[in-house]
Design a protein around this ligand. Structure first.
Ligand code: ATP
Ligand code: LTN
Length: 328
């Protein structure tokens, strides 16, 4: 039997070319290897203030975008966290087996609570809800970015504690770090990661952006005063970043690219990179709008995901209730 991998995506903001190259490729790889669950963590998103209308739009948009990028609904169980009432219940049962000290020591909590003095208790208990997502689906592996590794480690501690105290119900999950792939940097400041929350959006390419704007952003990417298209991340970060982008999207090696452009100037090279990026993103956008407009297709995927998600977590919930001694 295949092992289970599970990951949650927060429905905040449109994903970038950096997310696409760094993370979707890996997700596509995992869908071949594991029984893969991907869900929209909409209940996590409300730990900070959200506009209800925008939140709802973002949820569907994110699902459509992942499908458009190559996440195969035949190979993944796709669902929305808030559509399963067992998760919040399981989260409460886990909270009663988690120490306040553990939660208050989480790095993300410390950072976010310092930035916003008037934070809700949801910000503190956020990692327990995440543990509920993971433990309620018997996940073996949890692919996450480095910032979420500590939360998966807490889920492991809670699972081990519960298994020892009551009964061996939970699979103890392992984090898989998603950050091992190529890091795409900001087009304006190529020493910085391309991030969707970056202040200067001129250096960031979003997957749903106008194609002409994307081309312009690449054509005005920061480079250097030399005229050599060679890979040197330290001394030529701008050109190296463009080589990384070109290499990731064409699957050509860095050597092949250096050879291909050995007689080119920067303008030519940028224009070739722009062609490849625009071609990739235009195909994604085309599929995205097709999927978004096909309510029936989206609903079928989400209904199937919801059914499986509820089935598995209901069983876990009932086992928990029984061994804790709740109910009749
Ligand atoms: P934020 O601006 O909110 O921090 P982000 O765009 O930096 O968001 P994350 O949500 O932190 O992205 O990361 C989501 C996934 O995308 C992670 O797996 C991360 O490794 C990957 N990723 C994000 N940015 C890049 C990038 N520039 N290059 C490669 N991979 C990236
Ligand atoms: N906290 C994660 C999203 C998330 C998640 C999960 C990831 C919620 N529940 C369970 C993996 C497993 C984030 O902000 N990226």
């Amino acid at each position: 039997m295949k092992k289970i991998s599970l990951t949650g995506l927060q429905p905040t903001g449109i994903i970038t070319l950096g997310n696409y190259i760094g993370s979707i490729g890996q997700m596509v790889e995992y869908q071949e290897k594991y029984d893969s669950y991907i869900f929209i963590a909409d209940m996590h998103a409300i730990t900070i203030n959200q506009d209800p209308k925008i939140l709802k739009e973002n949820i569907k948009s994110l699902i459509a975008l992942y499908l458009a990028c190559g996440i195969d609904p035949e190979k993944n169980t796709i669902y929305i966290q808030s559509e399963n009432p067992y998760v919040a219940n399981i989260s409460w049962l886990l909270e009663c087996n988690t120490y306040y000290g553990e939660l208050s020591r989480m790095t993300q909590f410390k950072d976010k609570s310092l930035k916003n003095k008037n934070f809700t208790s949801g910000l503190l208990t956020y990692p327990v809800l995440m543990a509920a997502d993971i433990l309620s689906m018997n996940a073996d592996y949890v692919p996450v970015g480095l910032d979420q590794k500590q939360h998966v480690e807490l889920a492991r501690d809670i699972a081990e504690r519960f298994n020892k105290k009551y009964k061996k119900i939970f699979v103890v999950p392992e984090p898989i770090l998603k950050d091992s792939g190529t890091k795409i940097t900001d087009l304006q400041d190529p020493t910085k990661k391309m991030s969707k929350s970056s202040e200067n959006q001129k250096g960031v390419i979003k997957l749903l952006e106008d194609l002409n704007i994307i081309r312009k952003k690449i054509m005005s990417a920061t480079t250097d005063s030399e005229m050599r298209i060679v890979y040197d991340m330290e001394n030529k970060p701008g050109i190296s970043n463009l080589i990384n982008i070109y290499s990731s999207l064409t699957k050509k090696s860095i050597k092949e690219i250096e050879e291909e452009f050995k007689d080119s100037n920067y303008g030519n090279f940028k224009s070739k990179v722009a062609d490849v990026v625009v071609d990739t993103i235009s195909k994604i956008q085309e599929r995205y709008y097709e999927i978004l407009n096909n309510e029936e297709y989206l609903n079928k995927i989400l209904d199937e995901g919801k059914k499986k998600n509820i089935e598995v977590s209901k069983k876990i919930y009932e086992e928990m209730i029984e061994c804790i001694g709740l109910g009749r």
